[in-house]
Design a protein around this ligand. Sequence first.
Ligand code: AMP
Length: 468
Amino acid sequence: MKAWRDECGVFGIWNHPEASRMTYLGLYAIQHRGQESAGIVTLDAQGDHIHAKGLGLVADIFKESSLNRLKGQSAVGHVRYSTTGHNYLTNAQPLTARLFNGPIAIAHNGNIVNASVIREDLKAQGAIFQGTNDTEVLLHLLARHSSNHIETCLQDALKQIQGAYSFTLLTHDKLVAARDPMGFRPLVMGRLKGENGTDSFVFASETCAFDLIGAELIREVEPGEIITVDKDGMRSASIGVIVEKPAQCIFEHVYFARPDSIVFGHSVYQSRKEFGRILARENSVEADIVVPVPDSGVPSALGYSEESGIPFELGIIRNHYVGRTFIEPKQSIRSFGVKVKLNPQAEVLKGKRVVVIDDSLVRGTTSKKIIQLVRQYGAKEVHLRIAAPPTVGPCYYGVDTPSKKELIASHQSIEEIKNYVGADSLSYLSVEGLAGAFGSQSKCRDSGFCAACFGEDYPTELFDSTKD
Ligand code: AMP
């Protein structure tokens, strides 16, 4: 079975008079983590759950009327993204079920690497699965547990699961947040001060969600931690799996997270700028202007420009209103696909030696088109600088990357990639430089990061070969 490789965002709130609206806003802030479907589940005064899920963007799915229907003081929410085309509503989250002691809803970010093994085992024992996503496995493991105690159920279930998970979970009387022992994906806890002196606990994939709703960041949910919130307050427990080092996803800093978030204790904006500074030190070039591929390359281009002294220019302008599909003209327009989103400025580029900065290079197809355009609009030289090392390994922990054979750097040299994308020169940030941006002298893995996409040193066993 093909594993789901979803990028997602989660949210959770306990004890707020406008729980569904806060969740809506929280999801709105982390919309970049998933645009395919979204869902909110609230806990009403009777201990029952109310659900609303849909395909599309948060603002399109939830209307005033649906938020009014989502009554209750506590909620969990989810945004989901998958480029595989299977955007079925059954895979939209939070996943919900009724277990013997009440309703349960799970919003999961990450990818359980041994899900297919557990799934086959459970199916052989008669379990029925609704969708194709890995989170359902966790639901089944919880359903089979005889304890009334959710922490105990989770500890036992999570010990059987390997891979990446940060989730928020709602029962009939509790909100739970948990992060896998390696802490692959981010998850933060915050507090929202209430007008009547009662505080609400909030959880989100990224701190930018707290900024929008006015919540204060308390701390990260620690790798391997289960935090439970209920009428008696907040408690922390350990999953009970000891790992040598965390493996926090460095790609969150490279591309995935919003630059205004604090992820794994570091400002994403600052780390991207630092990638750019180090990139400039490692790979200097004589040039007239530094131009980012917007928006992902902007902070690194600022860092590159500061460090090299080469002026920063917005030589490519992005249309922010591009959806995922658009109607193409019947007659061909040169470079139409990329120009819908990115339009170079001839006034800025003409006759210039240009350093183009992007956050990452995956297949190389985007860079190839951008370089063609930049040349077409008059650039004299185009030097491509990538603010990350070559992407050589697919991600099995929740970032949607193509299969290994589609990753250009897995089978082509830097010189070959340079020729393919049509640049005058091409350099990447070194793996040491990537870790160095966080003040570390050691390798990414030794510094508590997972950088398997840049070095194939996967921190867990892999059970899924669909990305070879
Ligand atoms: P490519 O044409 O495959 O080389 O795509 C590279 C571009 O895709 C870069 O501009 C990145 O900002 C962006 N990118 C990198 N990783 C991802 C991802 N997992 N999902 C979506 N976009 C990505």
